[in-house]
Design a protein around this ligand. Sequence first.
Ligand code: ATP
Ligand code: MG
Length: 386
Amino acid sequence: MTFVVHYAELGIKGNNRDFFEEKLVSNIKTQLKGLKAGAVMRSTGMVRVEAGEADPIEVLKRLKMVAGAATISPATRLELDADLITKEAVRLFVSKKGSFRVTVRRPNKRFLTTSQDLAAAVGAAILDANPDLHVDLNTPNHVCWIEITDHGAYVSDEKVKAAGGLPLGTGGKLVSLLSGGIDSPVASWMMARRGAPLHYVHFHNFPYTDRASIDIVKDLARVLNRTAIRATLSLINLTPIQEEIAAVCNPQYRVILYRRMMFRIAERIALREDAGGLVTGESLGQVASQTVENMRTIEAVTVIPVLRPLIGMDKEEIMARARQIGTYELSILPHSDCCSLFMPPNPATKSLETLVAEDEKKLDVEKLIEAVLKEEERLDMKDVSW
Ligand code: ATP
Ligand code: MG
């Protein structure tokens, strides 16, 4: 069995296209490691993956998560011979019902039959063999996909939707603030899907909270590695900073002050890791603290861009995505949230940057950041959990 992988992004041409396809091929190879799959090779406008000795179901499951793969067709590879192609198409369609269409792509122009002629001939043969089918070019129940490439023809009756986006590594690195919640894993995945390698930063409150929260974050990173191959993770103990804020600052600003410190630390890590921006799982208005004014007050302390891929999404959509990428079950496990430490009953929902900045003057920001960064644990998350 061969899988034909197509990508969707338009306008990828010339050198860019080579770079893009090479990344896609090498990322696919990484994800199939250990499965005894066969060759992964570029072909004009597609990548073909031989299942080899691997379980095709497992291969398909992994391919679907690779960033840059838009659709995947399980196909049979044949000699470039119109009769063989027609026979295989008939075999696939002989017991189907309803309507169908034949779609041919022919990057190999040395095969002389045009796409249209081949589609017409194959369509006629299918109709001959199966009177239960009729042709519908616009909204068919089934499609017969035929690819005429330099190294053979592929015939398939299926096109499975995959992750889409751009291959990991075609974009610049980002630092993603990863909590154990539902949102930030989805935000991380969305950026990895746009080609950005990730370095995660997780803030914890050990020993106020146990290591279980940290283990959840590591497990989330392993699941996200299905797309965000070999991400790295920094664990930062925020407790000393939170204790200091709780001791000296206005309780109304506590969340914002915690988060300003998180952003500052994440930005320092980003500079060190050669990352060009931060990623958070914030969604406008989802919780009382996620107002535009709060966001402005928090990001005022950093210079690099803060990307919020979930900003306009509804919770339902985010949850559906979390289920699809496999992080939901981990994110709903009980875990502590570092922002809830020392919280007053009514956190401020509105903030003025000047008021907060004034209050923050009670802190020795530099000294606090240096101290927690000294205790940073930096991990290479090589494993992927499937
Ligand atoms: P999530 O579901 O991602 O935890 P949330 O709905 O709990 O988000 P907030 O607590 O306001 O929302 O956090 C907003 C964002 O800030 C998170 O999506 C995440 O990117 C970042 N963040 C919050 N807490 C932490 C943490 N302990 N470590 C790292 N990042 C964090
Ligand atoms: Mg959270």
